[in-house]
Design a protein around this ligand. Structure first.
Ligand SMILES: Nc1ncnc2c1ncn2[C@@H]1O[C@H](COP(=O)(O)OP(=O)(O)OP(=O)(O)O)[C@@H](O)[C@H]1O
Length: 359
């Protein structure tokens, strides 16, 4: 219990029925993901004590609510980042940041002002007013202000959804830096799967006010029948380490005992990376073609074959002897033609591997 945040809530919010029970780690980023209206914000607000849904909220050994007790919002040690940054327009970036810091009491996480400014790249903006900041910059200040309250838990409700693609791409590395450097657990509400792939360690998958899966990101992504595998944009995300960068710009990554190659860009040996392999970029062969342009032809075993629509199949493959799984989305005709069945030894041809995060 000391290492987890336990949320078990059952009740009505207006006409909406929430019934969830999940535990997430006391470190890293946990994403609440699911379609619009599935209850993500309701859960976040309930963790904050802004909704009074009956049940338990326990952060490590601290009980925030149970059947006999309800800690009011102002006594829950949280930082809350909303979709739109709500900064004080008449205060500079520095004063906005310090406003949060002044209100914190005993420092449990001990996040320093200079560290926040550095991690979020705010030094050049420190004397500006919020009206002179871009949307992404305002959101970085909101994040900094939330962190300087020294919260036990950081709650983020679609913090990137008001930003355009370019602003998102600019801000994501800051989230990654926070994630790498700070110990504080963060819960991220999002309906953007690419944010989940890039940032989350733990994933809670929601539908109609219920949890349909909760666990480590790679476990939930590779689980059969999770509803994610049916998505056309489904991708597996795996952690790896760069073990070789060659002169022609190809990096070799060690991913759960399997060597995967990709174009290096700015990778260096020793970098810890997160790679994304889209199911639609993985094809299957019975024998390893010697004359292919594809860099990754990986010996694999068929674990299961799932129907994803009338004419398409999602094949779960175990890579080599290691524990990692990837998925291949191919036509039902190809499955028939190859006679694919569970436990077959095949080759996964991975056309494209993208590095989505590097730490
Ligand atoms: N105070 C309330 N009164 C009535 N209904 C509510 C209230 N709060 C939330 N709901 C309803 O509960 C359901 C879940 O809402 P919630 O905002 O938690 O979903 P969400 O998954 O965060 O959605 P989105 O991704 O669109 O933000 C919705 O149908 C919403 O209309």
């Amino acid at each position: 219990m000391e290492d987890t945040i336990h949320v078990s809530l059952a009740g009505m919010v207006g006409g909406f029925k929430l019934d969830v029970d999940f535990a997430i780690p006391m470190h890293g980023i946990s994403a609440l993901f699911g379609p619009s209206g599935c209850g993500k914000t309701t859960i976040l607000r309930s963790i904050a004590g802004l909704n009074t849904v009956p049940g338990t909220v326990q952060v490590g050994t601290d009980v925030w609510q149970n059947s006999r007790f309800f800690l009011p919002t102002h006594k829950r040690s949280i930082g809350y980042v909303f979709q739109e940054a709500s900064l004080f327009p008449h205060l500079s970036v520095q004063k906005n940041l310090l406003y949060g810091a002044h209100r914190s009491k005993a420092s449990q996480t001990n996040i320093e002002f200079d560290e926040v400014v550095d991690l979020l790249g705010l030094s050049r903006l420190i004397n500006r007013l919020p009206t002179h900041l871009s949307g992404g910059e305002r959101q970085r200040v909101s994040l900094g202000r939330a962190l300087l309250r020294q919260p036990r838990l950081l709650l983020m409700d679609e913090p990137l959804s008001a930003l355009d693609r370019m602003a998102k791409d600019e801000i994501l590395p800051y989230f990654e830096a926070l994630h790498a450097r700070l110990k504080i657990p963060m819960i991220l509400v999002t309906h953007d799967i690419s944010e989940v792939e890039r940032l989350a360690d733990h994933l809670v998958l929601l539908q109609n006010g219920r949890v349909i899966a909760s666990g480590r990101l790679d476990d939930v992504l590779s689980a059969p029948g999770s509803s994610l595998s049916a998505r056309k944009d489904f991708a597996t995300v795996l952690a790896g380490t760069v073990c070789l960068v060659e002169n022609d710009g190809i990096a070799t990554l060690e991913v759960a005992g399997t060597k995967i190659r990709t174009v290096a860009h700015s990778l260096n040996v020793g970098d810890v990376v997160r790679v994304r392999i889209a199911a639609s970029d993985v094809s299957i062969t019975r024998s390893a073609a010697p004359d292919t342009s594809i860099l990754n032809v990986l010996p694999s075993t068929v674990i299961d074959v799932e129907d994803v629509g009338e004419h398409e199949r999602s094949i779960r493959l175990k890579l080599g002897a290691g524990p990692a799984h990837i998925r291949s989305r191919i036509s039902a005709r190809s499955v028939t033609r190859l006679g694919l069945k569970v436990a077959d030894n095949v080759y996964a041809q991975v056309k494209s591997v993208s590095v989505v995060a590097s730490r």
